[in-house]
Design a protein around this ligand. Structure first.
Ligand code: GDP
Length: 442
């Protein structure tokens, strides 16, 4: 996942820091040197790194931090605050027109993911109860119009096109009229991209901007391109003026430098992030949650939101009751696996859990292949065995292994993991009903 290298380095640095009872200024300086290296290796803009480290150092050695009872944790908190601030502080939402339709221009270089993202955003807005319309304004790239029509139909949002013979300005104007007539309350214009920034492209975009007066211009940039993405953002912002950035491909093994630098270099917020190729893989960007994720404090809120969009509320309530009364069975487990699979690859989900919990589960090596084995094992159990695993003796274990094409060791392991999971879930359930005494520690 994004920030993997950075997260690991920072967490190691802070583990050392937290391990010390008392901190000196020298300890902080040494830790900040490591933070600086880690950020630079993650391809964060040099100047951004320098300012960041200075700010943290100033706050950490000033005040009462070093004298406090938990100096290490205080320093981590400062880093967390500053990382959050670096990415914009609070979530930047999209601007909607007070009198619909809201007009949004999506701009960006070719290959950044603009067309896909336009479809994703339309899908997200539709889920929020809006009535979007897409306008196909990229008349140069062969098949761009067709591609938009395909993503539009996948998210069930209409696409306005006039082919590739008219000027994008005329198409945009006609598209907006069409949207107004048909009661669309938000209109997304997909514009042309180029391989590189060129004047002609900018002029065309400026022309569209002047004509349609968009409420929001969103720039789509590819996070895999690192500092180039930041330069592109700076350039578009200077020439055209943008309102926000959508950072795509954050699911890949990008080092994350763009995500950490873009806001501070352009002073424009990241509003959404693309987390995969599927049309549901677009998420609002929350600086605080991203910072927690980097520092291994987990992103439990995003995980819960993700779960909420894929989970059936009634089932979730039933499950909660079962967990509390410890009636959670292998059948529920199987059900959970199915639902988890709907949420995406297991590794992505584990990445959102707080450091220790995520690592512990990762240690169990629950990868997607393993999940298939687990499913097969549970499916080879009788109903009675699923309800009451304690009856699964030696000969039953052998039978289950045979039936599922696994071996007895794998069956044993699953039975053990199931018991552990059951215990852990009970703890979580108890913890959430006893909010005051939260056991979560940094
Ligand atoms: P455009 O030229 O800017 O319109 O780019 P496209 O929308 O055609 O996207 C280029 C490629 O990037 C396609 O293969 C997309 O599936 C892929 N892509 C877009 N967004 C994401 C993302 O968030 N994650 C991943 N992994 N791939 C993405």
């Amino acid at each position: 996942m994004v920030f993997e290298g950075l997260a690991e380095k920072l967490q190691n640095t802070f583990k050392k820091l937290k391990g010390k009872g008392k901190l000196t200024e020298k300890d902080v300086t040494e830790a900040m040197r490591e933070v600086k290296m880690a950020l630079l290796e993650a391809d964060v803009n040099f100047k951004v790194v320098k300012d960041f480290v200075n700010r943290v150092k100033e706050r950490a050695v000033g005040g009462d931090v070093l004298e406090s009872l938990t100096p290490g944790q205080q320093v981590v908190k400062i880093v967390n605050d500053e990382l959050t601030a670096l990415m914009g502080g609070t979530q930047s939402k999209m601007t909607f027109a007070s009198k619909p339709p809201t007009i949004v221009m999506l701009v960006g270089l070719q290959g950044a993911g603009k067309t896909t993202t336009t479809g994703k955003l339309a899908g997200l807005l539709k889920k929020q109860g809006k009535r979007p319309l897409l306008i196909a304004g990229d008349i140069y790239r062969p098949a761009a119009i067709k591609q938009l029509q395909v993503v539009g139909s996948q998210v069930d949002v209409p696409v306005f096109t006039m082919g590739d013979k008219l000027s994008p300005i005329d198409i945009a104007k006609a598209g907006i009229e069409h949207g107004v007539k048909h009661g669309n309350d938000i209109i997304l214009i997909d514009t042309a991209g180029r391989l590189h920034i060129d004047e002609q492209l900018m002029d065309e975009l400026i022309g569209i901007k002047k004509t349609v007066k968009p409420h929001e211009i969103l720039l789509v940039v590819d996070s895999m391109t690192g500092q180039d993405a930041v330069n592109v953002a700076e350039h578009f912002n200077e020439k055209l003026g943008i309102d926000g950035v959508i950072l795509t491909k954050l699911d890949g093994d990008t080092r994350g430098g763009a995500a950490l630098s873009v806001r501070s270099v352009t002073n424009k917020p990241i509003k959404f992030v693309g987390m995969g190729e599927k049309l549901t893989d677009l998420e609002p960007f929350y600086p605080d949650r991203m910072a927690s994720r980097i520092l291994g404090m987990g992103d439990v809120l995003s995980l819960i939101e993700k779960a909420q969009t894929t989970y059936d509320a009634k089932k979730a309530k039933e499950l909660e009751n079962k967990i509390k009364s410890q009636q959670f069975t292998f059948e529920d487990f199987l059900d959970q696996i199915e639902q988890m699979k709907n949420m995406g690859p297991i590794s992505q989900i584990l990445d959102m859990l707080p450091g220790a919990a995520g690592k512990q589960l990762k240690g169990l090596q629950v990868d997607d292949k393993e999940i298939a084995h687990i499913q097969a094992i549970i499916q080879s159990m009788t109903r009675e065995e699923r309800q009451n695993p304690s009856i699964i003796n030696g000969s039953r274990r052998k039978r289950i292994a045979m039936g599922s094409g696994t071996n007895v060791q794998q069956v044993n392991r699953l039975l053990k993991q199931f018991e552990q999971t059951r215990k852990m879930m009970k703890q979580f359930a108890d913890m959430s009903s006893n909010k005051k005494g939260s056991k979560f520690k940094m």
